[in-house]
Design a protein around this ligand. Sequence first.
Ligand SMILES: [Zn+2]
Length: 364
Amino acid sequence: MLYKYHNAIILEKSRRSDEIIKKIVSESLKVEDVQDISLMDIRVGGEFCDNCDACFDAVFNFNLILSFYVGDVDCVEVGRQKQAWRYSFLTDKAVHGLGDLSALRIDREPILSDKPLCYIDQNILTQAVNKKDTLSLLLKIQDDHDIKIVCSVSHFEEIYKISDLGSRQDFIDATVALTGEINLQPCSEDDRIKLFFENASITLSRVEMTSNSSEAVEMLKNLKDEDRRLYFEKYNNLDLRKKIGQAEKIFESLSDDEFSRLVCMSSPPGPRKIDFKGLTSHSSIRDAIYSLHNALDLISYKQDKSTRTQRSSAHDIEHLIYGSQCNYFITNDTNLRFRAVEIYSFLGIPIHVLPLSEISSIKI
Ligand SMILES: [Zn+2]
């Protein structure tokens, strides 16, 4: 994602003030230490250009450090205000990173399927690319059980990130072979998720135009992990997390108050458990799955610890949203399976969540 700065001096000011804030938040810098820093070095004067990220960051940082220095805010509040600033920065990037939408091409045809739909996660697609056996198995099961295997635009977003063009093409070929270019996409006219037939190259070109925005959305999701430290400190306790990890019907087991507090960290369809039942529109399902998934993050339920897997949690959410329209959701990611079962059952959506090894057990 592009970080704009109008010259090297302003970039340095924003970087240095960021480091000072980091130290204040980690409590390694006290008010008296701030006195030793020459605030003039990080202050933005007449050079403010009103047009670059570094200028806005530097001005915000300077004012926040100053408030800490004069005692208006403590280190916890500095952390919260900086976090809120990051949210607005990334939200802005998400909204304005959409590229030239006038060139956006949509050339799709709605499809009605009377067959049960089987959504495959990206890791199943990867396996189908790497092992010919898996691809044949999936095609055979599709025929034998008279089901329809589907992917979504979210697969294309992941495929677009593959930089090796040969490998990218392999993924496109596998997707086309499995789905016949029939994928789940959002339909803005009636706010539903529907099946469409569309040439894969057109879907991919649309994904390309929104890629900057998607990256910001993904970074927003990662930022939410920091919320736990700031607002839900009790879930940092390992024993409590183990206890939660073993619970079933996790959302039902939370008190109404705790549930509201957790889901309201993102934008839920409503603060009450009942607000999550019987949803049909794309936007309400999206809000519901996003806030439930985020709530599971906040309480560290079945959460991957490595950065690599954390980075894909934005995609997990997308797959759960599109998968909600299907009869089967197939993934080899164990943690995602646990989360999918909790989220779908809480929403009252009857989906069978299975690993690939159990796909043959599908009974129609
Ligand atoms: Zn500037």
